[in-house]
Ligand binder design. Structure first.
Ligand SMILES: Nc1ncnc2c1ncn2[C@@H]1O[C@H](COP(=O)(O)OP(=O)(O)OP(=O)(O)O)[C@@H](O)[C@H]1O
Ligand SMILES: [Mg+2]
Length: 451
């Protein structure tokens, strides 16, 4: 299965999370180094104090220096002193003159201050003569990075939280958009709108969602068609049932008026027979239509089956001629004669019913390696080309079958089609005129797999 959505999510989350945290890291270290430097104002003040100390020191006014330092310490609550560097070499380091010159007792005012240390550092301002410095513990009011803690919380907590929430929202919306479309379509469908489809609205979505949409559309089409067909079936069924019931009512009324009425009695018998026939056909059709089960665990000879159907037909329609062109035998496997028998029976009976007296009906079987074709061909008027498919719909009848008192409901071919489908075959009708324009009549062909 195509996993484009998975790769999209993996790339989106990993790339954005890694880039975001690298950026946060960079911004944090930049902010920290920027915030750990002394302000220009603090540096200038410290430099000034260094110069004052140096002037006392140069003029050798030790008392003055002492007094000034005492005032400074008191005023700013800090420790301050003027000290001479006395590095005493104990052993080694003979070549380290450079090092002794660069040696510092405190921090240079241009260096960064460690923001994590609680104690303020000692700052050093060296005098020009090189061996003496003014040292002072950095006063609290000069300590840099007063906003560092807040900045740290914002950068390391608030920003990631906001970022991850936005990222989750983007992913959520990305997944929810097609799901919402599906949800809406499902609600519309359950509210009775069987025409709702989603594939066309999901063209820009990921493959996974497009597949889901195609499955939904397939399901909607199939269930929609089934529901519409069932409604139609029930509507037609009730309509067909009404006619024999009305005739039954009249016959019963007549019977009530006269003590013995043989005509009414035979009418009642006929109408109840019609109603039973109608109910049985409709229920079998509804069962076959809904079950979609493949029926077939039987092997039988189609020629034997046809022989018995044709014998019955010849007996029932003595005014017609039934010719056959059959092989000696033709065994089909994984089939069901209870499904094929009634289907062929109806097609043969139609051919005889809808063709003139004295005409010929031909039944033939052609066998190939993989399937067989059963053809029933008559010399009637045939069916208009645009209605060749419609005759397989339930309760569909042409004018030739709409005679009053006719016991034809238009269920025979509908049933035959479902019965043949249930054993893996197909059936279709064509006019003889399509093969030979000189003759009229209908040819109904059944194709069956041999195995
Ligand atoms: N061989 C044919 N020639 C001409 N019209 C036909 C032929 N077979 C079927 N038809 C037409 O197709 C319609 C549907 O046939 P179908 O067998 O389904 O119903 P029916 O014969 O009218 O009734 P039922 O079979 O339920 O008793 C028929 O009413 C008839 O108008
Ligand atoms: Mg029929």
């Amino acid at each position: 299965m195509n996993r484009r959505l998975l790769w999209y999510l993996v790339l989106l989350t990993s790339m954005s999370v890694v880039s975001f945290f690298s950026l946060i890291n960079y911004v944090s270290s930049e902010a920290e180094s920027e915030m750990s430097l002394l302000s220009e104002e603090s540096k200038n003040t410290l430099k000034q104090w260094g110069q004052v100390a140096e002037s006392y020191y140069s003029s050798q006014d030790v008392m003055g220096l002492e007094q000034w330092l005492a005032e400074l310490q008191y005023k700013h609550s800090v420790w301050a002193a003027v000290v001479e560097h006395q590095t005493k070499q104990i052993a080694g380091g003979q070549e380290g003159g450079e090092y002794y010159r660069g040696y510092n007792l405190g921090r240079n005012i241009d260096w960064q201050i460690h923001l994590y240390f609680h104690e303020n550092p000692i700052m050093e301002l060296p005098f020009s003569e090189g061996n003496t410095s003014f040292l002072i513990r950095l006063p609290d009011n000069m300590r840099p990075g007063s906003y560092w803690q807040t900045t740290k919380v914002i950068l390391q907590l608030v920003f990631p939280l906001v970022f991850l929430s936005v990222l989750s929202l983007i992913i959520y919306r990305h997944i929810m958009r097609p799901l919402l479309l599906l949800k809406r379509a499902t609600s519309d469908f359950s509210a009775g709108n069987f025409d709702v489809r989603v594939s066309n609205k999901m063209q820009s979505e990921h493959e996974e969602f497009r597949q889901l949409a195609t499955t939904f559309d397939g399901m909607a089409t199939r269930i929609g068609e089934q529901l519409v067909a069932q409604r139609q079936l029930i509507g037609d069924f009730s309509h067909e049932l009404r006619t024999p019931l009305t005739r039954l009512d009249i016959a019963i009324e007549n019977l009530c008026n006269t003590q013995t009425d043989e005509v009414s009695l035979s009418r009642i018998t006929k109408e109840t027979h019609i109603i039973r026939h109608l109910v049985e056909d409709t229920l079998t059709f509804a069962w076959l239509e809904n079950e979609h089960k493949r029926m077939g665990d039987e092997s039988y000879d189609v020629v034997d089956l046809l022989d018995s159907i044709i014998d019955d037909a010849r007996f029932e329609f003595p005014t017609h001629i039934v010719n056959t062109l059959l092989p000696n035998d033709c065994v089909v496997e994984n089939s069901n004669h209870r499904a094929l028998g009634p289907a062929i029976e109806n097609i043969v009976r139609n051919a005889l019913k809808y063709s003139p007296t004295g005409s010929t009906v031909e039944v033939s079987v052609k066998k190939t390696l993989t399937n067989i074709a059963i053809e029933v061909c008559d010399q009637g008027k045939g069916v208009e080309t645009h209605q060749l498919e419609a005759i397989f719909q339930p309760f569909f009848r042409l004018d030739n079958a709409r005679r009053p008192n006719s016991d034809s409901f238009g269920m025979g071919l509908a049933l035959a089609k479902r019965q043949i489908l249930s054993i893996g075959g197909t059936v279709y009708a064509q006019n003889r005129a399509a093969r030979n324009t000189q003759v009229t009549g209908l040819i109904v062909t059944i194709h069956l797999p041999l195995r």
